[in-house]
Design a binder for this molecule. Structure first.
Ligand code: ATP
Length: 207
């Protein structure tokens, strides 16, 4: 099973870390790919792909099951998840379960994703719900079928939606960047990332 967790990670923070811990605990036999996306060049106040990749390597736990994927960083043009899923399908074949993971906020906007209707034919979707909340996923053609057991995702390659409760870690990268500009001392990011941000004076410019 291939578990895919994409994001901007600009920067990686404690909320992302909690999500990845939950994913590794829920899918202990899966390969978990953390996939930073490509940002438009010269996006103001954001860090370069090299910095974002480096921060990921500093912040992720050392576990064999986790890998950082450059697939979207190295591909020209916008980072469409459907394109990434097609590449994974090509690499791993028709039978491999692929699990596209996202936070509740991202799941709520799933219908705005490029070629979203193709997702159920390519992968399962795993939605990480915040404590007690249940994200409403929009309707789009090619339905996803709800399942309540993580094990069910292993039994077919795609087409299911599974909800996972994660501990509430109320932080976003936007908030981290704002805290840096406001001169906050202790950031809600793993310690080595805080050090890296300071050393390289990242995120100092106005947004
Ligand atoms: P930004 O504030 O720049 O939009 P972000 O903090 O939302 O960034 P992303 O890199 O865009 O981070 O998010 C990657 C994934 O992580 C998304 O699926 C998002 O829903 C999820 N996520 C982000 N922050 C949290 C959090 N605190 N708890 C749970 N999931 C989160």
């Amino acid at each position: 099973m291939q578990v895919l967790f994409g994001g901007t990670f600009d920067p990686f923070h404690n909320g992302h870390a909690a999500m990845i811990r939950t994913l590794c605990a829920t899918f202990p036999d899966a390969q978990v790919s953390v996939i930073p996306n490509r940002l438009p060049p010269h996006r103001q106040a954001s860090a370069s792909a090299q910095h974002r990749l480096h921060m990921l390597s500093l912040g992720l736990p050392e576990r064999q099951q986790i890998e950082i994927s450059r697939i979207e960083i190295d591909r020209a043009g916008p980072s469409y998840s459907v394109r990434t899923l097609e590449d994974y399908r090509h690499t791993f074949g028709d039978r491999e379960p692929l699990v596209l993971c996202m936070g509740a906020d991202a799941a709520g906007k799933l219908d705005q994703w490029h070629a979203a209707a193709r997702i159920p034919t390519l992968a399962h979707v795993c939605i990480l719900d915040r404590d007690g909340e249940s994200a409403v996923i929009p309707e789009f053609s090619g339905q996803l079928t709800e399942t309540e057991t993580a094990g069910a995702l292993n039994e077919k390659p795609c087409g299911l939606v599974f909800r996972l409760q994660t501990p509430e870690v109320p932080v976003s990268s936007t908030q981290v960047r704002e805290m840096i500009r406001a001169g906050v001392d202790r950031l809600p990011v793993p310690e080595p990332i805080q050090h890296y941000i300071q050393t390289h004076a990242l995120y100092q410019d106005a947004e």
